[in-house]
Design a protein around this ligand. Sequence first.
Ligand SMILES: Nc1nc2c(ncn2[C@@H]2O[C@H](COP(=O)(O)OP(=O)(O)O)[C@@H](O)[C@H]2O)c(=O)[nH]1
Ligand SMILES: [Mg+2]
Length: 227
Amino acid sequence: MKRVFIKYNPYQVTTEITIDDKPLKKNSRLNVPDQRLQEWVDNLPDILFEECSTKDFEITFHGTVLDFEDVAAVAEEAKAKGINITLKHIPAKEVKDKEQAIADIFAEIQNGPFEELKQPDVIRAFEMAKSSDFEVNVVATMSAGKSTLINSLLGQRLMPAKQEACTATITEIKDNDSDHFAAKVYDKSGKLIETHPELTYEIMDRLNANPAVSKIRAEGNIPFVTS
Ligand SMILES: Nc1nc2c(ncn2[C@@H]2O[C@H](COP(=O)(O)OP(=O)(O)O)[C@@H](O)[C@H]2O)c(=O)[nH]1
Ligand SMILES: [Mg+2]
């Protein structure tokens, strides 16, 4: 039996492998600098068999849970070829740990001396980058068909679409599982001025004609967005 140690860092894409505590030979096919685990892990059992002339291995994997699962799947498949791999996992920092570290640095920056990094647009950009929300902007000249396209994606006529300027107000539409659209309406200063539990074409038409309305935040089911 050979003892294989694999340390894989998915953030820097670095791999360290030892066999029986010895570094790999120069010509080993397991020298995989700059390659993602997923590029070579499928070949791992065959390479180990070729290079170690045994079919019994104990692999200790130091890495994230997701990457360990890929190694485990490959080890399971290798059984069919008569290659026996027992596995051990040494946990590594997960994505959520890294995200927390980044959030901590950003919080520190907010208490620091650089005013440029405390501006609302910087904070918003950071929140967006952290969020699982994925923002898609529909941008085109007047009457290009933006509202028509959005209605078609929503599967219902919600945006006023006409041969004239009719939707100059910024509208955000967020996907959720509700069976109808609801909206919150804001003025230029960001103050909430109206709420609509049941948004309709007529309400949208009126809101778009109202100069006091600066932003509409709608939420409802966007049929083709599943996650
Ligand atoms: N022929 C044609 N007309 C369209 C198409 N898409 C939109 N329109 C029409 O173009 C006009 C402007 O569309 P609208 O969606 O309001 O454009 P927006 O200003 O970009 O939001 C409306 O009269 C639509 O019916 C299209 O694909 N073909
Ligand atoms: Mg429009």
